[in-house]
Design a protein around this ligand. Sequence first.
Ligand SMILES: *Cc1c(COP(=O)(O)O)cnc(C)c1O
Length: 355
Amino acid sequence: MIDINKFIRKNIRKLTPYQSARRIKGDGDIWLNANELPFMQKKTFFFKNLNRYPDKEYKLLLKTYSKYIKVNYKNILATRGSDEAVELLIKAFCEPKKDCIMIFPPTYDMYKVYANILNVKIISLTQLKNFQIDIIKLKTSIENVKLIYICNPNNPTGNLINSEDIIEILNFTKNKCLVVIDEAYIEFCLHKTSINLISKFEHLIILRTLSKAFGLASIRCGFIVAHVKIINVIKKIIAPYPLSTPTLDIARSFFSYDSLQILQKNILELNKNKKKLIQELKKLSYVKKIFPSSANFILVSFNSSKKVFSKLLKNKIVTRDQNFKILLKNCIRISVGTYKECTSLINIFKAIEIK
Ligand SMILES: *Cc1c(COP(=O)(O)O)cnc(C)c1O
């Protein structure tokens, strides 16, 4: 029997595999725990050219996405989900054990996960009570910080970061560090994008994904949008042919005129369902607070999130308990589902008795 610990890097030894929403045990009929789009795609796909490495397909996707976001394709890279982008940025810019990333909990877990894997230090500045960034603290804490990760709208709280704060942070950090804005949910509030700031701030990096509003979580496709100087650094470390031909071709097909119409329709429908869900939840006596959301999920606080989570799970509805996170005691994150799923959820909420 080998002692595998003898061979593992020291900082990897103490890590545990990330508990993604899908890995958490429990059986369900209604999945509201991973913020996916609840609608299945109607297209079918066939591929014959799988014997060749995907080269021109990669460039074609960049050009298609470039038209969609109205940014030159030379400012864009496609990655294996935006999670890979989070990793590549830390890998490229942070010296292990020396440099830091800065994050603002409660926020998306993967920034921390990749920093830990790559043995890069983390400066965690807890958000203010209104879920905004503590800029005063930020200004006194950025020594050794190479990357700042801002999630906008933020997961799991659902709120937007003040636009003035983003500008202030960008102005302050010029020549000090790079600023990453993760816009995984931006399609649900597209007028709040910071993508137009790319031309103004050379140290700004925007992350996008097709996993949420586009409903393509399974194909694993994300984007980095930044100044060419930053793109060229990432090119040094990204794998050759990073995305498969099926991923690239499927992704590209979702930017056709018809598909973009469907995207708009889906966003409108989800925003409508969200409104209905909030309206109904407000009537329940055991709901303490529903936080404002600009994304396709809502954060709700209860007297006991544990009780509510397990009652929902008994009724085959899977949500995500956030109780263990800073500022989120007794909060549950609920993804907005189809109209039918929202109705089932509301009916179960009305039926369960919670003191
Ligand atoms: C879901 C999510 C992602 C998406 O990750 P992919 O790897 O693109 O599927 C990125 N950032 C945040 C904040 C998310 O919630």
